[in-house]
Design a protein around this ligand. Structure first.
Ligand code: PLP
Length: 410
């Protein structure tokens, strides 16, 4: 059997090899499961590099004045921060912990943006001590916490734009918990000046998994209406394909939309997270039980679930699944996790080929907000992260052990 291409939901370069098994980054995922165990997050390194390039090339073709900032919250690991630092990107961090990981990944602090709607004094002090390039200030209280520090900052504005995406991942609507309302911006600008801060520009992020470009076009327009600034950070939020039927806008079209209403000469920043890493990763599991409920449903239970992928439970996110060694199939199955919650369902309606215990099951497009939101519910150790490239696999985050679970107990 010749190698067969798989859908765009899988990492770039993925294919079914001659044995009919999925290969990611040139590595057979059934072999990876054998070598590293399951569940595991498996990434094609080159996919992330290619997407970083797509962003920088799209901007470079349209303007000299830009900065692409990796939103580290999507996949906060020193290894991925290192990869994007090498690709020439900046990064944003949304906590002291993410800052620590970005620095561990070798990011120059000057290339970092520090976010958060409620940064503690300790986090602000850590950011300033480390020499973080910009702090994105979110509230009047934060301006007071920074008083007297000669720090470069941006002001986060809530632009009143409500894209059609799940309400839990909308952030730009007028009553958002994030940032300054448009009408408060003049007072915030005054307060920054009075506090001695170096205000360099404005920031807005309207939400995540956004598929309509019109919403992005309006951000620059709203921010430009709030004065003239050398830097406009237009946030992240470009949606990705979670199923083969999804057809998100291209990076080039997204960049076009961001720039369409940005004034000439202004430096435009954007902060993609999901669209840099989401399709680069898959999660592999082992099928443990197959429960056929006559006339109703087949449950295929795997050795992970809401501890490694919270998105389906948090906001009804939809995924596909395949048996890694037998793609295709027509048996409607519900992919259940192993946690003590009926809501621990990873995929409601997957079409599989005769699933059996011992099969390696793969869920694509788990590269963003999977590892990032992993937790220890039911005291399950968190999975490893494996980077694959040209047929070579390396563990960049090891699997947690039972000893890790007791390490914090006193
Ligand atoms: N910037 C900010 C301020 C965010 O809060 C987020 C995520 O919600 C992002 C960027 C990245 O968004 P996405 O991963 O959807 O590109």
């Amino acid at each position: 059997m010749a190698a067969v291409a798989v859908s765009h939901v899988f990492p770039l370069g993925s294919r079914l090899n001659r044995r009919g098994r999925l290969e990611v980054g040139g590595c057979d995922v059934v072999e990876l499961a054998r070598e590293f165990g399951t569940p595991a997050y498996v990434y094609a390194e080159d996919d992330m590099r290619a997407r970083a390039r797509a962003y920088t090339e799209a901007f470079r073709a349209r303007t000299e004045h830009f900065e692409v900032i990796y939103a580290g919250k999507a996949f906060p690991s020193a290894a991925v921060f290192r990869l994007f630092a090498d690709a020439g990107l900046s990064a944003d961090v949304a906590s002291g912990g993410e800052l620590h990981l970005a620095l561990a990944g070798g990011f120059h602090p000057a290339h970092l943006y520090m976010h958060g709607n409620n940064k503690t004094q300790a986090e602000l002090d850590y950011a300033i001590e480390q020499g973080v390039g910009h702090i994105v200030v979110d509230s009047f209280d934060e301006i007071e916490r920074l008083r007297g520090r000669p720090q470069r900052i941006l002001l986060r504005v809530t632009p009143g734009i409500k894209p059609s995406t799940h309400s839990f991942i909308q952030t730009g609507q007028a009553d958002s918990k994030f940032g300054f309302a448009v009408e408060d911006v003049p007072r915030a600008v005054e307060a920054c000046r009075d506090a001695g801060l170096e205000l360099c520009g404005l920031h807005a992020h309207i939400g995540s998994q956004i598929l309509e470009l019109g919403a992005f076009e309006r951000i620059a327009e709203v921010l430009t209406g709030l004065g003239e600034w050398p830097l406009l950070n237009l946030g992240g939020g470009l949606g990705i394909a979670y199923t083969a039927a999804d057809d998100p806008p291209s990076v080039a079209d997204y960049v076009d939309a961001l720039l369409r209403r940005a004034p000439e000469g202004v430096t435009v920043l954007c902060e993609p997270g999901r669209s840099l890493v989401g399709n680069a990763g898959v999660t592999i599991y082992t099928v443990g039980t197959v429960k056929r409920v006559a006339g109703r449903r087949t449950y295929v239970a795997v050795d992970g679930g809401m501890s490694d992928n919270l998105r389906p439970m948090l906001y009804g996110a939809r995924y596909e699944a395949e048996i890694a060694g037998r793609f295709g199939g027509s048996d409607p199955c519900t992919i259940a996790g192993m946690h003590c919650e009926s809501g621990d369902i990873l995929v409601q309606d997957a079409l599989l080929d005769d699933p059996r215990p011992g099969d390696v099951l793969v869920i694509p497009a788990t590269g963003a907000y999977g590892h990032a939101m992993a937790n220890n519910y039911n005291a399950v150790p968190r999975p490893p992260v494996i980077f694959c490239r040209d047929g070579e696999a390396r563990v960049v985050v090891r699997r947690e052990t039972y000893d890790d679970l007791t390490r914090r107990e006193l």
